[in-house]
Design a protein around this ligand. Structure first.
Ligand code: ATP
Length: 966
């Protein structure tokens, strides 16, 4: 079919019926499609769009209903541990201990409700994130190009497609430029299929196989196109199979799995200890079997860390929420943990390290270097100057040709200041926007030029070719192509050059001279583009179909017009982020499509490179490099330049083989394999394609490198917070066990200093809220000073176990037992035997209980930091911990200090005089200060070790180096 016969529908017929439409629409020639779908070449009007939205509904896929909330709630009471506790309570009831039965069941209920609430909050947090990343689509409505929410798309809308776009509705193509679509979501076939607008009369192919139809849920692999929407939402092919894709399960993160396993292991240990205590109670303390059973049961309930897993999940989800506030959206919870282990960040340059706000600073043509003044996308006031400062001749034909070629070979658009934006903004590629601006600065009217030299076809930019071409048919006759791209890639195709209006042959020497100029620009960190043109003559001018215009056919025998160099300054916050990474033992490797010298200049400016001769490996070199050579090269400072995005995969794989945990950035379709392979794939939220976002684990909403570093910091903080609350939760086990051990091993001579009901109260009252508080701690000051954590590290490692049980646990036990003996002492012990019954006994157990609760209060503050002094981070800076302390105080007041006989009877407590409370109040402070002393010793030890290491290096240094170091 010839492309010229596209008919413009002048009026908008009624909205079309949907459903079987694609089958009919594919058979129509392009000229009839507009009418059949109730639209016109300039798209439907906004009012019509509103009416259709009402008629067809939002373009969304109905979410398959998940598990009902009530089932999710009930599942917290039906897992193995919960069932054990239900049975335990029942046994207690049968054994004639209704209070214990109620208490055990209460533990179960409170734990279940709390776990459900935590999971619910975690779920809500992740759901909210989804809303932060809506899908957008470019459409033509009422003759204007708009960026719409994909859910507002209606049948009849004209979609504008470009590489990497997610297609949001089923549509019929009316324009295509080398368009390839990945339909794997529908067909399972991952090779991109070619799509073209021509009518399809064959009936032996399915709708999905039809080359002129595109489908929701598929993606544009390459090329550009225009298509009219036929069906939206559940009427699309994707809508019909959506229930399949939605049933994908959320995977548990390694930490969640570790926590699940840990809970099971600790529960098994708790049950074993319970059985052991039962036996010891009968044989050593000569307890009644019922009493011994109750005793063992309480221990088991207290020691099982029921709430650990939901607290971990919530902690990860909260981390994800904090990261979102710092511009990093995490798609999987497990990515939070991996971020903390990241050892290498492979980053591209443009837009991530730099601002992606291009301004042309120099133009080179015919042997002259011209300077361009003005910054940003507002052309007003900007000028093109000769080297001696005189304004350049605006009518110079070489300059006009160069800037016309550059300006017409662009898809970007400049949007003038509006109510929403006070300055010019860019729709499309900023590199191209800079070209439009420089053309305007020379007084060219690109709208008029586009009308007199209309474009027939485009060979879109592709980061493999590093070029873009457009084919035009000037009204004055003939056909011509403009080509722009990376200087090396364009110059290699130039056989001629234009100078002073004359076209002459271009020798190798001249090409080298141009490359030398390019190098000079690049050394200053400028991004350089070469522009060329070609008159299409003979057969090339008259193909039967425009689709025969391929890069191979057009991009040869070019005439070189000149170079255009632009500034893209580094983002101001990046240098500090790079420094932070280096301090944190994280390497940064730049992998860019840009020229090596430009890359090196920028890398040096922001501190990625410090050596005088970093190795620059080009894409070409990388192609022929063996894995061993690459691994060798990766041991030193290295930059990858002029590489195609698909080559990132090679670098990522080599680094992973070197046991590195790699984060890699990407924005294009071809970046997706590397994004998927990396431990953390990072896509750009603003400039990234939908395909890249789909493949990534994390999306940067501001495209900023510094946000990756912030996310790593949060990732480290989340892990260290989880460690903190695990440490805290296990503390109280020791303090509850020691009184039992004393009772058992004294053969009952020391009456039980802490009753089982009190153990349960400690388990419930002191663990939940403070643990959540520890989970929400802000990153500690030194969190980015240590090297990355090894992925093999287990959370509950030996130092943590020792600290939980033998330090905090033991201290708490000592305080508890000391308080117990002290009160007995006040009551006449050792002359009077240890109180073993009545109100005196209850008072002694109450004081043990109070001492343990108070020492837990000190411990929660102490657990907030690892080595840093808690006073340094602000003792009261964590609100949730203060709430936790308030809960603990309330518990203490209700059970021990307030006249509440019902609770006293249930928990075997008795009111203690206030003077005793006053006496006990020193405990949290003592606990905190003792731990501060421990931390001080650790810091002193660290400093000493560091000093010794430095002295050692100094002694081993050669004399010259020593002098330099001094
Ligand atoms: P990074 O990979 O760090 O983001 P990049 O954006 O420079 O770097 P590519 O987009 O692959 O990488 O661009 C490679 C080269 O292609 C650029 O150095 C530039 O010379 C050229 N180039 C970039 N954009 C265009 C474009 N729209 N049209 C023609 N050539 C372009």
């Amino acid at each position: 079919m010839k492309e010229s016969n596209v008919q413009t529908a002048t009026h908008q017929p009624a909205a079309p019926p949907v459903n079987d439409l694609p089958r009919k629409i594919r058979q129509l020639p392009v000229s009839e499609v507009y009418g059949a779908l109730g639209t016109a070449e300039q798209g439907i009007s906004p009012e019509e769009a509103q009416a259709r939205l009402k008629k067809y509904g939002k373009n969304t896929i109905q979410e398959k209903k998940g598990q009902p909330l009530i089932w999710k709630f009930l599942s917290n009471f039906t897992h193995l541990m919960a069932i054990l506790l239900w049975i335990a309570g029942l046994v207690a009831l049968i054994a004639g201990m209704p209070e214990l039965a109620i208490a055990v069941w209460m533990v179960n209920v409170i734990n279940g409700v709390f776990s459900f609430w935590q999971e619910f909050r975690a779920g809500k947090a992740t759901e909210a994130l989804k809303k932060l990343l809506p899908d957008y689509v470019r459409v033509l409505r009422g003759g204007e190009e708009l960026r719409l929410l994909a859910e507002d798309l209606v049948p009849g809308d004209i979609m504008l497609l470009s590489e990497g776009d997610m297609i949001s509705a089923d549509a019929r193509l009316v324009e295509d430029n080398d368009l390839r679509v990945n339909q794997s979501t529908l067909t399972g076939e991952s090779n991109p299929v070619h799509k073209a607008r021509d009518q399809v009369l064959r009936t032996d192919i399915s709708t999905v196989e039809s080359p002129n139809l595109i489908f929701a849920g598929t993606t544009v692999s390459s090329g550009t196109g225009k298509a009219i929407v036929c069906s939206t939402g559940m009427d699309t092919e994707f809508g019909r199979i959506a229930s399949l894709t939605q049933s994908l399960k959320d995977e548990s993160s390694p930490l969640q799995k570790e926590m699940g396993n840990l809970t099971k292991k600790v529960s098994a240990i708790a049950v074993s200890i319970g059985v052991l205590f039962f036996i010891l109670a009968i044989f050593l303390a000569k307890s009644e079997p019922v009493a011994a059973f109750i005793f063992a049961l309480g221990m088991i309930v207290a020691f099982i860390p029921e709430g650990l897993l939901p607290t971990v999940t919530l902690s990860l989800a909260m981390g994800v929420q904090r990261m979102a506030k710092r511009n990093a959206l995490i798609k999987r919870l497990s990515a939070v943990e991996t971020l903390g282990c990241t050892t290498v960040i492979c980053t591209d340059k443009t837009g991530t390290l730099t601002q992606n706000e291009m301004t042309v600073s120099n133009v080179w043509l015919g042997g002259r270097n011209l300077e361009v003044t003005g910054v940003g996308y507002n052309a007003e006031g900007g000028q093109i100057l000769e080297e001696d400062g005189r304004p350049a001749d605006k009518d110079n034909s070489d300059l006009c040709q160069l800037l016309t070629g550059a300006g017409l070979c662009c898809d970007a658009r400049l949007l003038p200041p509006s109510e929403e934006n006070s300055h010019y903004t860019v729709l499309g590629d900023p590199t191209e926007a800079a070209l439009l601006v420089v053309a305007k600065k020379n007084g060219l009217n690109l709208d008029e030029l586009s009308a007199s030299i209309p474009r027939l076809r485009e060979l879109p930019f592709d980061s493999g070719r590093k070029r873009m071409s457009t084919i035009h048919q000037p009204l004055s006759g003939g056909r011509l192509a403009y080509v722009k791209g990376s200087p090396k890639e364009v110059l290699d195709l130039c056989t001629r050059q234009r100078r002073n209006g004359v076209v002459s042959a271009m020798s190798d020497d001249e090409r080298r001279r141009v490359m030398a100029v390019n190098d000079e620009y690049a050394k200053k960190g400028l991004r350089v583009l070469a522009v060329a043109c070609r008159e299409l003559t003979g057969e090339v001018a008259l193909p039967t179909s425009l689709s025969e215009y391929t890069p191979e056919l057009i991009e040869q025998d070019l005439t070189f017009l000149g170079l255009i160099a632009m500034v893209d300054p580094p983002r101001p916050e990046v240098a500090a982020a790079v420094k932070k990474c280096h301090k944190a033992g994280i390497r940064i490797i730049m992998i860019t499509g840009d020229y090596g010298l430009t890359a090196e200049s920028i890398a040096r400016r922001i501190g990625i490179i410090s050596g005088s001769h970093p190795r620059i490996i080009t894409g070409l070199e990388l192609e022929t490099m063996s894995q061993t050579d690459l691994e060798e090269a990766l041991k030193d400072e290295v930059i990858f330049a002029r590489v195609a995005p698909e080559q990132k995969l090679q670098v990522v794989s080599a680094l992973q083989d070197m046991k590195q945990i790699v984060a890699v950035t990407g924005d294009g379709v071809n970046d997706s394999p590397a994004l998927k392979k990396a431990d953390i794939g990072v896509a750009m939220g603003r400039s990234g394609t939908d395909v890249a976002k789909e493949a990534a684990d994390m999306i940067l909403t501001d495209d900023n490198f510094a946000s990756i570093v912030n996310a790593i910091e949060e990732g480290r903080a989340v892990y260290s917070n989880i460690r903190k609350f695990v440490l805290y939760i296990f503390n109280s086990n020791m303090s509850c066990a020691v009184p039992m051990v004393l009772y058992l091993f004294s053969g009952g001579l020391i009456p039980l200093p802490l009753t089982i009901m009190q153990v349960l109260a400690i388990d419930l009252g002191t663990d939940m809220v403070p643990a959540m508080g520890l989970g929400s701690e802000a990153p500690e000051a030194g969190v980015m000073d240590a090297p990355p954590r090894s992925r093999k590290d287990v959370l509950l490692n030996r130092p943590l176990i020792l600290r939980a049980f033998l330090w905090y646990g033991m201290l708490e036990a000592i305080f508890g037992i000391a308080a117990y003996f002290f009160l007995n002492f006040l009551m006449g012990w050792p002359a009077v035997p240890l109180a073993s019954e009545g109100i005196a006994y209850r008072m002694t157990t109450s004081i043990t209980f109070a001492a343990i609760v108070l020492s837990q209060m000190g411990a929660v503050f102490a657990c907030r930091t690892d080595r840093t002094s808690v006073f340094k981070i602000g003792l009261f800076s964590n609100r949730l911990i203060l709430v936790g302390i308030a809960v603990e105080f309330t518990l203490l007041a209700c059970l021990v200090f307030l006249p509440l006989p019902f609770l006293h009877n249930l928990f075997n407590t008795a009111p203690l005089p206030l003077k005793h409370l006053g006496m006990l109040l020193f405990i949290p402070f003592a606990m905190l200060l003792l731990d501060e002393a421990r931390k001080w010793l650790l810091r002193w030890w660290d400093r000493r070790k560091k000093k010794n290491r430095n002295d050692q290096t100094h002694t081993n240094m050669p004399k010259d180096a020593k002098r330099e170091a001094i």
